[in-house]
Write a protein that binds this ligand. Sequence first.
Ligand code: GTR
Length: 320
Amino acid sequence: MTDSPLPEAWQRAEVPPLPAIGSDVVDEFARTIYGRTPDGGRLTEVVLRSRDDGVLDGAADRLRHRAVIACPLDDLELDTVTHLPAGASAEHPVPLVVTLDFEGNKEPPAQVMAAGYAVLAVDYQQIEPDDPDPAATGVRALFPRESWGAVGAWAWGLSRLLDIAGSIEGVDPAEPIVLGHSRLGKAALWAGAQDERFAVTVANGSGCCGASLFRHPGGEDIAAITTKFPHWFVPSFSTYAGNEDSLPVDQHQLLASIAPRRVYVTSAEDDAWADPIGEYLAVQAARPAFGPDGIGYHLRPGGHALLEEDWLHALAFAKR
Ligand code: GTR
């Protein structure tokens, strides 16, 4: 089902067929687009660095943890932030959203806290710099034998946040939601496809290489994304530029690979670069892989952003 009224023309648009989803489909996405995520990267330590009580008008606490993850060449240290709604405790743990933040840790919207969710986040560039020629190195440099793009590294980071969540008092890591916006929505989908611990995957404005179909024209394409962001994917992905029809996969198969775990896709009407219709058609095409309410879609007015209303639609879907 969809949660919002959709343009009439969208409902007449052709939905592509969904090929059978075999266990090798995730490998195919790894080979073609995101690269192979290495096994390992073991969480060795989580220390509470500081706690601010009563942030967000007394509605939440903020816990800062330093986590150490042992990787083949060296440790990766992450400074995470957990926003914990008031009343969360070891006796009353609350459900969890893991997400990556752009440019430092931001407060999640107050209504997310009011809805009783903990949000565990880290600045995405602590995991891997978002730069084709980074000055500092990230996690990819710590796994010398792998070829994976930055989106794959960020997805790996989302799984490590979930490892860390198990050590945080007041958080229930049992049925976690992974949520991301834009390039981090791509990472959330790739994390959801690979890590079966994620119960609900939410991709907001994720566009090209996220929820939108390569074979639906409009918005960003492979030529544009691999020219501007060559570090996001495996180098050979750029050979499909202008030749989308020869790709062995399309993004409805990525959505379907997450089933029976649940997926929610959100788009904004004016976010043409993310191709909202292409995102909607991917959801429609993936639908046969899911049970009732296993996949949902929302279109809202406005542009490319992760708004409080996007969070609330996603949490309402997760609660169903
Ligand atoms: C754009 C990019 C999109 C999207 C967006 C973002 O420049 O072309 O694929 O990821 O950035 O992450 O804000």
